[in-house]
Ligand binder design. Structure first.
Ligand SMILES: N[C@@H](Cc1ccccc1)C(=O)O
Length: 498
């Protein structure tokens, strides 16, 4: 419609002086006309010159008065012609705002007398000029500068720039736009129309559609070296660590807690924090002499410790659970190592594990009920806290986190314990990246490890460094049932090596 009107008009006339007037005259919407002009200009059918005009539009208050009359006129009409009206009554009638504006303007116009008590009319009749002016502006009529100034000062109108065009024929002008076909169709071939059709040119610069392809999950891209899990495994292997078998999710409370000198009343053992299975582990599965030593160390200590002084329950230790940390894996490993030392001399060991753990947690931006833990430990004679700090610096700097800080912490199985913080350049702050410590004698000695053997260990979640290294700020984007496939498809670290 708009296109035919414009091209048709230009066939007979030199120019269209003003696209706004043209639209009004032809009953067209100006925005639509502007779109057509842009397209015609792009194809050089028309030449377009900008026209800008300042116009005035009513504010909300202006619109209100255009409908209901100015406050001064409303006030005037609310005063009875004879005798007037008490001030207070007039105010309740009009409301405080309308009363205030109305009084000021009506007094200025000398329409009313504002006596101490009584308000009276000074004239018999008034014209609501403000309303008339507002209506004129609303209809786009011209209003003189003095009135514009006055209405603007009262914030009843505001300026608005109007954009339109002056149009002339362009270098490729034609009274009708040529139709280009995008595709050669079977119908065109059959009818022979193809001979008369002009085809759209190929745009070799257009981007093709993205091809759907497989994507690897950032946590689990075993094949690609940039996979965080793989990267961590490589770091451990380069540092001479051996991988521990992480072959079970279901673990007994014994290995998950008791072997780690975690008292049975400890809040982490509560079902609010841990997922328990209905079926307990069978007694046969645990090494009895060791269980006995663990019971003793909890109840009455030994090895220089007082223990916790409570009645240790075998039933509690037998409860099966979804392991809450990979330290359960470390406990089994250290126990096996201690068993070996009964047969042959102790040799230092470096172990690591990376696997899934479970906690009964409220899921939020940084917590999931299941996640992955990375754990490293070194078992050797004469190790100190200094060795732990040193090895943590080595480990984390290989991950790109070289600024570390440590904060004293508490774990039932380590003493001393340290939380590990790393300075994140991107976030500009220190973020917690892990937990660490030296395993307590109450844990190691019942296992049967030689007395001078120390174990330094640390643990962190796999998700944490991944979030930090790849800028994820919601853990649910990374793992769990709400992973956004779009993210996996667009994140460059996930793309398959095509
Ligand atoms: N098990 C601890 C981590 C840790 C491992 C080893 C030593 C100290 C702490 C956790 O789940 O947070």
């Amino acid at each position: 419609m708009a296109e035919e009107a414009i091209l048709g008009y230009l066939a007979k006339n030199e120019e269209i002086g003003d696209s706004g007037e043209f639209a009004a005259k032809h009953g067209l919407n100006h925005d639509e006309v502007v779109n057509v002009i842009k397209s015609l200009h792009g194809f050089r059918y028309v030449e377009a010159q900008d026209i800008k005009r300042e116009s005035w539009v009513l504010t909300d208050e202006g619109k209100l008065y255009a409908d209901t009359g100015s406050p001064e006129a409303q006030l005037f009409l609310a005063i009875p012609p004879e005798g007037g009206i008490p001030r207070e009554e007039l105010q309740t009638k009009l409301g405080p705002l309308l009363f205030k504006i109305g009084c000021a303007q009506a007094a200025k116009n000398r329409w009313v007398d504002m006596g101490g008590q009584q308000v009276t009319r000074r004239v018999q009749h008034v014209d609501d000029r403000v309303k008339d002016l507002l209506l004129k502006i609303k209809e786009g009529q011209v209003v003189d500068q003095d009135n514009i100034k006055a209405l603007k000062a009262r914030k009843l109108i505001v300026p608005q720039t109007w954009n339109g065009y002056l149009l002339k024929k362009g270098p490729d002008y034609a009274p009708q736009r040529k139709k280009f076909a995008a595709d050669l169709t079977r119908e065109m071939l059959q009818s022979g129309d193809w001979k008369n059709v002009e085809f759209k040119e190929y745009n070799f610069n257009a981007k093709g559609q993205t091809i759907e392809a497989g994507h690897l999950h950032p946590l689990n891209k075993a094949r690609i070296c940039s996979s965080v899990r793989h990267q961590l495994r490589m770091i451990f292997l380069q540092m001479g660590f051996e991988e521990m078998p992480t072959d079970r999710y279901v673990e007994s409370s014994f290995w998950n807690f008791d072997a780690l000198f975690q008292p049975q009343q400890h809040p982490a053992r509560d079902s609010h924090d841990t997922f328990y299975l209905k079926v307990p582990s069978t007694t046969k599965e645990l090494p009895e002499d060791y269980v006995e030593r663990v019971k003793r160390v909890h109840e009455s200590g030994g090895y220089g410790s007082r223990g916790y002084e409570y009645d240790w329950s075998r039933e509690e230790a037998n409860k099966n659970l979804l392991r809450t940390h990979t330290t359960a894996v470390s406990a089994r490993m250290l126990y096996n190592l201690a068993q070996d030392t009964l047969k042959k001399p102790f040799t230092p060991k470096r172990y690591f594990s990376i696997d899934r753990v479970f906690r009964n947690e409220a899921v939020d931006r940084t917590h999931l009920a299941e996640f992955h833990q990375i754990e490293g430990l070194i078992c050797d004679r004469g190790l100190t806290l200094g060795d732990l700090i040193g090895v943590l610096h080595d480990f984390f700097s290989r991950l790109g986190m070289s600024k570390l800080r440590f904060k004293p912490a508490y774990n039932p199985y380590t003493e001393p314990s340290m939380e590990i913080f790393s300075y994140h350049e991107g976030f500009g702050k220190w973020v917690e990246v892990g937990n660490s410590g030296m395993f307590r004698p109450e844990m190691l000695l019942p296992m049967g490890l030689p007395e001078d053997v120390r174990v330094i260990a640390w643990g962190l979640s796999l998700e944490r460094p991944t979030m930090i290294l790849y800028g994820y700020n919601n853990i649910r984007d990374l793992f769990g049932h709400k992973v956004d496939l779009g993210l996996i498809k667009t994140n460059p670290i996930c793309r398959l090596g095509l």
